[in-house]
Design a protein. Structure first.
Length: 243
């Protein structure tokens, strides 16, 4: 509505400027331009108010106690319906049931996903930078091209629960400096993934595909790498290329 009105106003201004001259025209044109500026400002202010409201709602919903799956799902569906990105920045999702949810492209930087159930969840291109995923169940999750830089996927203090990444899709994922101590990466797809300086101490890499992966300075043993499915084209911890 506003766009059509603004277009009509500007069209009138251009027509007048092409056919008339004089002080009245200048004044009229100035008033019309002022009106355009006002409408644009109003629209901009409305968007800003909407942004502030959404941020306030996000903080109230996800910043405190743990929440129900239904609340998370409603937030996700609302964001998709309005064409906005799913914003779960610093959200407290500890122990949350996120099984099978489509969180592709979501902002989950610094989110608390400790022991969350992400079985089969879609996290394609999701931003999980510095997220707490200690003890999270990520079996069968889709994390293709996800950013897990400096994400914490270590075992929990009781040493009974480890980050379960069996069969996880981590193709081209960013796992730079990720803490994967003791993680179960059995059969994981890590083709082209960045594991530079990642902590893979005691991680289970049996059957994992590390073709083309970057393992520069990663903390991993030869014994662990002997168990993987493929290292073709991978950059090894010492910087050499695997044939």
């Amino acid at each position: 509505m506003h766009e059509e009105l603004l277009g009509a106003i500007m069209s009138v201004v251009e027509t007048l400027c092409d056919t008339l001259c004089g002080g009245i025209l200048v004044a009229t044109g100035g008033m019309l331009v002022a009106l355009v500026s006002y409408l644009l400002g109003t629209r901009s202010e409305k968007r800003q108010r909407e942004k502030q409201f959404l941020e306030s709602a996000r903080q109230q919903l996800f910043g405190g106690n743990r929440i129900l799956r239904a609340e998370i799902q409603a937030w996700v569906e609302s964001a998709r319906a309005s064409g906005n990105r799913i914003d779960l920045y610093q959200a407290n999702l500890a122990c949350a049931d996120l099984t099978g949810l489509d969180l592709s492209g979501a902002r989950l930087e610094r989110a608390n996903l400790r022991e969350a159930n992400l079985y089969g969840a879609k996290l394609i291109k999701a931003r999980l930078y510095q997220a707490n995923l200690r003890g999270a169940d990520l079996r069968g999750a889709y994390l293709d091209e996800a950013d897990l830089g400096i994400a914490d996927l270590r075992t929990t203090e009781d040493k009974l629960i480890v980050a379960d990444l069996r069969g996880t899709h981590l193709c081209r994922a960013n796992l730079f400096k990720a803490k994967l101590h003791g993680a179960n990466l059995t059969g994981a797809d890590l083709r082209g993934a960045c594991l530079s300086e990642a902590e893979l101490d005691e991680a289970n890499l049996s059957g994992a595909d590390l073709s083309g992966a970057d393992l520069t300075k990663a903390k991993v043993t030869t014994k662990q790498l002997d168990q993987v499915k493929s290292l073709k084209g991978a950059t090894m911890p010492d910087g050499t290329k695997h044939e």
